[in-house]
Design a protein around this ligand. Structure first.
Ligand SMILES: *[C@@H]1O[C@H](CO)[C@@H](O)[C@H](O)[C@H]1NC(C)=O
Ligand SMILES: *[C@@H]1O[C@H](CO)[C@@H](O)[C@H](O)[C@H]1NC(C)=O
Ligand SMILES: *[C@@H]1O[C@H](CO)[C@@H](O)[C@H](O)[C@H]1NC(C)=O
Ligand SMILES: *[C@@H]1O[C@H](CO)[C@@H](O)[C@H](O)[C@H]1NC(C)=O
Length: 410
């Protein structure tokens, strides 16, 4: 840990020395790793402008500013820019930013939409909510918004979810979370501009959907889906139409699903057993549906299950009555997989008041919000240290260095 800190301090000093002008202009800006690295003339030579962290051969995490991907960011609202003041009506009165008493917290802004299965799971999973309450640092506030017309109801619902879990955990965080009954499109301040222009590509943003079609229907049925946890099932849906075959609860192999997508109910056995049975039955993939009124869950393996590699994709959806009826009536149903871009669901403002992007949510848990807020704390502390006068430690002073000339010339 200490070593990592030392390395990052040295790294920052190097970067600061190399780019003194930009670095000071950006001082106090969002994530150090992004902000200090992303400004190298990003338009001309993209090979110079990016800083890639290669986690494994397939996943390259790119820390470049979104500006490089999306040319539509709004002037003055890029990561690292100062966040102008704003007010938002909340369930507990007006939320005024920055507070009149002076800014002493970081802020995470999250806008919910129930069109995203990922967000539905984030908000209904007990471990996700518990992680939020347990790990959100005291120095962070969170503003909760909704994109949907049901914003007033969503605000009450979100507050209830957090209140319930807070009571259960014996923690009072309600003074630091703010719920807006006003939908994003009606806020009338700059927040929608940031949410709409900071597009999001990659993990779990945008709207992952399934599209069911049947020759008997005039209109396809489009529904939200949550793909099984990325680090468990690596299989991906192809860009094609699959036929859909009912496979009951999927707790036993069924030859009828060969080459098709298996339509499987939740329960009676684990997600792993279902996917394994369907893989053994040569299915092309699995759609597990939650029973009516139950939320979509983050499908994962547990314990020893995780040692068995499965190579077909699987997603979770809500039960669709039209699909169930068609399958019962032996009408052919096809399914395909699509992804619709959406505004960003999250952004942050650090303790210095600079706009910041959120790290990727690799799976649906509020832990990522808590981690982001913890990062703001770390970064704030680090920058305070960098601003204070440096302590000079003399290592060599008036020491004659001995060595051979050949070596030096090499
Ligand atoms: C979200 O949608 C699901 C079904 O699509 C529904 O069961 C649930 O009640 C909705 N949640 C909210 C907060 O509207
Ligand atoms: C920030 O300031 C407010 C009002 O002065 C105070 O109640 C709160 O404890 C402070 N928070 C932190 C993390 O210092
Ligand atoms: C349904 O899926 C099957 C299998 O992929 C395919 O052959 C067929 O063309 C699809 N039908 C439609 C109407 O898309
Ligand atoms: C679980 O198994 C029972 C007995 O086979 C069956 O009646 C029931 O429908 C199954 N439940 C689900 C959710 O598929």
């Amino acid at each position: 840990m200490i070593w990592v800190q030392i390395v990052s301090v040295i790294f920052c000093i190097l970067v600061k020395t190399a780019f003194p002008v930009e670095a000071s202009a950006r001082a106090g800006g969002g994530k150090l790793s992004m902000v200090t690295l992303d400004y190298t003339k990003d338009d001309e030579d993209s090979s110079l402008s990016s800083f890639n962290f290669v986690g494994n051969a397939e996943k390259i995490i790119n820390f470049r500013s979104r500006r490089n991907f999306y040319q539509n960011t709004v002037e003055g609202f890029e990561p690292g820019d100062g966040a102008p003041g704003f007010q938002v009506k909340t369930l507990d009165g007006e939320f005024v930013y920055p507070p009149p008493s002076g800014l002493n917290f970081s802020l995470i802004v999250h806008a919910f939409t129930n069109k995203s299965a990922f967000l539905e799971c984030l908000w209904t999973s007990q471990s996700s909510l518990t992680d939020f309450i347990q790990y959100l640092p005291e120095s962070a506030h969170v503003l909760f918004l909704s994109f949907d017309d049901t914003a007033a109801r969503d605000a009450l619902w979100m507050k209830e979810q957090i209140q319930r879990m807070g009571m259960y955990r014996g923690k009072d965080i309600l003074s630091r979370v703010h719920f807006s009954p006003v939908p994003v499109y009606a806020l009338g301040n700059w927040i929608p501009a940031v949410l709409y222009s900071w597009g999001c590509s990659g993990h779990n943003c945008g709207l992952a959907q399934v599209l069911f079609t049947s020759t008997e229907w005039d209109m396809p049925v489009v529904a939200k889906r949550l793909d099984a946890r990325y680090d468990w099932l690596m299989g991906h849906w192809d860009q094609r139409s699959y036929s859909l075959v009912d496979a009951g609860d999927g707790c036993k192999p069924t030859a009828t699903v060969a080459a098709a997508v298996a339509w499987v109910s939740e329960g009676n056995c684990s997600f792993f057993v279902k996917v394994k049975n369907m893989a053994d039955s040569k299915a092309a993939g699995v759609l597990v549906y939650a029973p009516l009124g139950s939320p979509i869950q983050d499908m994962n393996c547990e314990g020893e299950e995780c040692y068995t590699l499965l190579s077909i994709p699987a997603s979770m959806v809500h039960v669709e009555p039209a699909v169930v009826r068609a399958l019962l009536d032996m009408q052919p149903v096809n399914v395909s997989f699509q992804y619709t871009p959406a505004p960003s669901f999250f952004f942050g403002i650090d303790q210095q008041g600079a706009l910041a992007e959120m790290g990727w949510f690799l799976y649906p848990t509020f832990r990522f919000i808590s981690w982001q807020a913890q990062w703001f704390d770390f970064s704030e502390e680090l920058q305070a240290q960098l601003r204070s006068p440096a302590q000079v430690v003399t290592v060599f002073d008036k020491v004659v260095m001995q060595g051979t000339a050949e070596l030096l010339l090499l």
